[in-house]
Write a protein that binds this ligand. Structure first.
Ligand code: ADP
Ligand code: MG
Ligand code: MG
Length: 917
């Protein structure tokens, strides 16, 4: 039988750090740390395979598992010298979730398990600390009730508030007019006395009995069983699902479950708990960095209810640092973090607890980081000799580097500073203030930029954080939920902005303004809907929208890109329609233009009238007259693009969209146009109606336009060739490629090719100069992919238009997919949104087929892709496998694609090496 439980403790562990898939990241880390001799409370891991089995059997505990778990709990007890369920010397455990990929706070964990009315008294006597024991007990009851019994947390929050108000009365605090938050600040949990805690626990147990109709489970073993099952089930809670979807984590993995002896950070002033990083997760700077809370349990730091103190000196109030308060524990922690980083050869994110002066590590994992930090850490680790260049290239998540290219706050722009918080996740964001996650989602869906403002965030807010442009919290530190999740999303976040007081009831935030000396001078009230700007790099919050400036790219970024460029095979081109786009694309390293859409030039205010005239002309002559007006505009556009791309390929796609997209629909526009064209408005209206299509995506568009109105492509060809001749005269000519959209037969290509050749000959004769060009087609229809052998007789290159090819292969219109595609991905009918990440099985097979057949006809045929997928790392891996020559994507995605292409080349190379072994 396969091993289901892996034990760790006493310097030995059944598992190790490589077994993330089986033991989860948290489990693997605990086993590895135990092996390294680092102080870790003993425990055991139930594998993620058991979780999969649990779901496969309809959420039933596998046979015999509980007996095994029981024996392992006894083993923990032997190591610690106490016993689970024993009244005099009780063992308490935590039951912790932990999957292969880290999903911070998304699944459930229960602390202090193993307490009941009798045991809490025993614990209190043994520790000589009744306050501590009762505090542990009331925390346990709430979490257990929430996670296992699924009772609304609100019930317990209310009970706590009532208890707090009663305690206030006895302490002589005038709490009557204080809000919940004010009272909580005045009288924090740590100040609740024994009597209050005792009656609170009683009330909590009463709530449980009332809601479930059964008393709170007294038997510690029954508690353990319930907790293990709940941890497994938490794999499928709503926030975990949202998180997985956002981060492309497969639904099938399941979570492991760790059961571990409790250590207590809430025993008094010589105890505490914290989170730390071997390097700064926000900037990547190499400095030991973290936060802690004295006299607290682990959950307090992450929840952000109390704002923690920096670990080391120099991070604020030195007197409150761990370094000053517990120098011995601090020194040991510094030693441990250094050892862990060298051992795992990556930045570590660690949890620790100090119990009565003694340090314990509770977690280590490769830390989440911003794109900027990721690049800096990878490059510096190469310089330090910790990793190779190849590893550095493989390590940085290509998706994360797009953030580096986003604009930052313009330092020179005038702005009004409101407040300053912690720079939790860099970037700049402006938007309307919203105070609730649902509202953020609603407004963002209407296209409004919003900033989510919360006292603190919790995993329930994740959909709102996703929808918001930026996140501002009043409480919580650099390791709070908001900060960690925002960094993972690459979203700007300012956390712990204590000058801000939020009232959800009145939808306002009141900001205290301080003078230079830190004295409060004024307050400003800002309402929901007002616009603010966040600077996540400095922690500044500004009133109104502050202009941004282009990002400055770091030397580390350039260095990493250089390494990537040395390792990739695929060329990376950009989709760019204007000279300005082309310049941006070049600055991000594009090696040419893989898609220049000519219709964008038509939408310009000055040109649209001529375009409409062209479309609505009654005869060829009138159409030619209108086209003649457009010709100089098009030529001008091409000249500017060609200048930017001297010596590089520029692939121009001739007109593609259905004509009706350009048409006027308002009465006034139609009347004006009718006047210019000297026709009756009613005739024009009729003509517009004639052009209406039921399904334009499959309608009169692409090269079908050229079949009915050959003059259009002829005008475009003339503009292109004239521009090319003009630029060639200055000897900065690009490598011209002309591309026909939506072809399905060889004949369409033959026809257009012939007319292009005729125009080319005319222009070359007029100008007394010739330019080279390639003639090619987009592959956007299944038929074109299947008949690629014939198409290649005319086409010198194929460019896979994977947006349309996906639509036409799956028979899904992208415009209408919103209603059902989400459900398809949610229920795993499709693994991912096929418009974001290529459907490798289906569309991919057509791509591979077309490549193969095209090459048979024309061995040196050039192959590329210009759909959205050209900038998607997973799709790029596929394009590497079928050996396309290039990918083309939007300018901002160019660096992403360069890095992803390098990773694909390295992965393919090592896959190749394996198969030939
Ligand atoms: P998450 O994945 O949400 O961080 P964890 O399982 O890591 O969940 O636990 C939540 C908090 O409880 C962490 O701060 C962790 O350090 C703390 N914790 C977990 N197990 C123990 C334990 N055995 N003793 C003390 N603290 C613990
Ligand atoms: Mg944790
Ligand atoms: Mg298309």
């Amino acid at each position: 039988m396969t091993k289901r439980i892996y034990f760790f403790g006493g310097g030995q562990a059944d598992g190790d750090g490589t077994q993330k898939a089986l033991l989860g990241g948290k489990g693997a880390g605990l086993h590895e740390m135990t092996r390294l001799g680092i102080p870790v409370p003993p425990g055991f891991t139930i594998t993620s395979e058991v979780c999969t089995e649990f779901f496969a059997s309809g959420e039933k505990m596998p046979e015999g598992l509980l007996a095994e778990a029981r024996a392992s709990v006894e083993r923990i007890g032997e190591l610690v010298g106490v016993r689970f369920g024993n009244v005099e010397a009780p063992l308490l455990v935590s039951v912790r979730s932990g999957a292969r990929a880290s999903m911070p706070g998304m699944m459930d964990t229960i602390l202090n398990l193993g307490l009941n009315d009798a045991i809490v008294e025993g614990l209190s006597a043994r520790m000589q600390n009744p306050r501590f024991a009762l505090d542990a007990y009331r925390r346990f009851i709430v979490t257990y009730a929430d996670v296992v019994l699924e009772i609304e947390r609100k019930r317990f929050d209310e009970a706590l508030e009532i208890a707090r108000r009663k305690a206030a009365v006895t302490l002589g605090v005038d709490a009557a007019r204080m809000t919940t938050a004010e009272l909580q600040r005045k009288l924090p949990d740590s100040m609740l006395d024994v009597e209050t805690l005792r009656s609170l626990v009683k009330e909590q147990r009463r709530i449980v009995a009332e809601v479930t109709g059964k008393p709170f489970p007294e038997d510690p073993w029954a508690q353990l069983e319930g907790a293990i099952m709940a941890v497994f089930r938490s794999w499928n809670n709503a926030r975990a699902k949202t998180y997985r979807k956002m981060h492309d984590i497969p639904e099938s993995w399941g979570t492991a479950c760790n059961v571990q002896a409790m250590v207590f950070g809430n025993l008094g002033d010589d105890s505490g708990t914290g989170v730390c990083f071997t390097r700064d997760p926000s900037t990547g700077e190499k400095r030991f960095f973290g936060e802690w809370l004295p006299n607290a349990q682990g959950e307090d730091v992450v929840a952000g209810v109390r704002t923690p103190h920096p670990i080391a000196r120099g991070g604020g109030d030195d007197e409150k640092s761990l370094e000053v308060r517990m120098p011995e524990a601090y020194t040991e922690l510094v030693r441990v973090q250094d050892r862990l980083e060298k051992h795992f050869r990556d930045m570590q994110d660690m949890e620790f607890t100090v119990q009565a002066g003694k340090l314990y590590l509770l977690q280590t994992r490769n830390g989440k980081r911003t794109g900027r930090a990721g690049v800096r850490i990878a490059v510096e680790m190469v310089r330090e000799g910790l990793i190779t260049q190849r590893e550095a290239v493989l390590r940085v998540d290509p998706q994360s580097i797009e953030q580096l290219l986003h604009p930052t706050i313009d330092a020179k722009a005038p702005k009004k500073l409101l407040a300053r918080g912690l720079p939790a996740s860099p970037g700049a964001a402006s938007g309307q203030i919203v105070f609730h996650a649902d509202e953020a989602e609603r407004k963002a869906a209407q296209g409004l930029p919003v900033i989510l403002v919360r006292a603190e965030t919790s995993p329930e807010d994740i959909h709102g954080m996703k929808a918001a442009n930026g996140i501002l919290t009043a409480r919580g530190g650099m390791t709070s939920h908001a900060a960690v999740v925002a960094r993972g999303m690459g979203k700007c976040c300012v956390a712990g902005c204590s000058a801000v007081a939020i009232s959800y009831e009145t939808a306002t935030m009141t900001v205290t303004i301080y003078d230079e000396a830190g004295r409060p001078t004024d307050t400003v009230s800002v309402r929901g809907g007002d616009v603010i700007t966040l600077d996540g790099a400095t922690g500044s919050v500004y009133l109104g929208a502050v202009p941004t400036a282009p990002a400055a790219l770091s030397a580390e970024f350039e260095e990493l890109m250089k390494w990537a460029d040395e390792k990739r095979r695929l060329k990376v081109l950009a989709n760019a329609d204007t000279g300005a786009d082309a310049r941006t694309a070049r600055s991000f390293g594009a090696e040419g233009i893989g898609l220049c859409r000519t219709e964008h030039m038509f939408f310009d205010d000055k040109r649209i009238a001529a375009v409409r005239e062209m479309i609505l002309s009654a005869d060829v002559e009138a159409r030619k007259r209108a086209l003649a007006k457009l010709l100089p505009f098009q030529r001008e556009d091409f000249v500017s693009i060609f200048h930017e791309m001297a010596g590089l390929p520029v692939t121009i796609r001739l007109l593609d969209p259905p004509l009706h997209e350009f048409l006027p629909h308002e009465r006034k526009q139609i009347e004006d146009l009718a006047a210019t064209m000297r026709v009756r408005p009613s005739d024009l209206t009729r003509k517009v109606e004639e052009l209406h299509e039921f399904n334009p995506m499959l309608g009169h568009r692409g090269c079908r336009l050229a079949v009915t109105f050959p003059e259009i492509y002829e005008m475009q060809a003339r503009a292109i060739f004239e521009a090319a001749c003009e630029v060639a005269a200055g000897s900065s000519a690009p490598k011209l490629e002309i591309m026909i959209p939506l072809a399905m037969t060889r004949r369409e290509l033959a026809m257009t090719k012939k007319s292009l050749e005729r125009v080319a000959a005319e222009v070359f004769a007029e100008k007394g100069r010739k330019v080279d060009y390639l003639f090619g087609t987009m592959i956007e229809l299944p038929r074109a992919a299947l008949r690629a052998a014939e198409l290649a007789e005319e086409a010198e290159f194929f460019s896979f238009g994977t947006n349309d090819l996906t639509q036409t292969t799956l028979g899904i219109s992208r415009d209408d997919a919103g209603k059902f595609l989400g459900a398809y991905v949610e229920s795993a009918i499709l693994p991912k949104d096929p418009f974001t990440s290529l459907d490798v099985e289906g569309v991919g097979e057509l791509v591979a087929t077309a490549c193969e057949r095209g090459k048979k006809t024309r061995p040196n045929i050039e192959l590329g892709v210009c759909g959205e997928h050209g900038g998607d790392p997973a799709s790029i891996r596929f394009f590497e496998r079928v050996k396309l020559d290039y990918v083309s994507c939007s300018p901002l995605r160019v660096p992403v694609a360069r890095l992803a292409a390098a990773q694909a080349a390295i992965t393919e190379e090592s896959a190749g090496a394996r198969t030939t072994d």
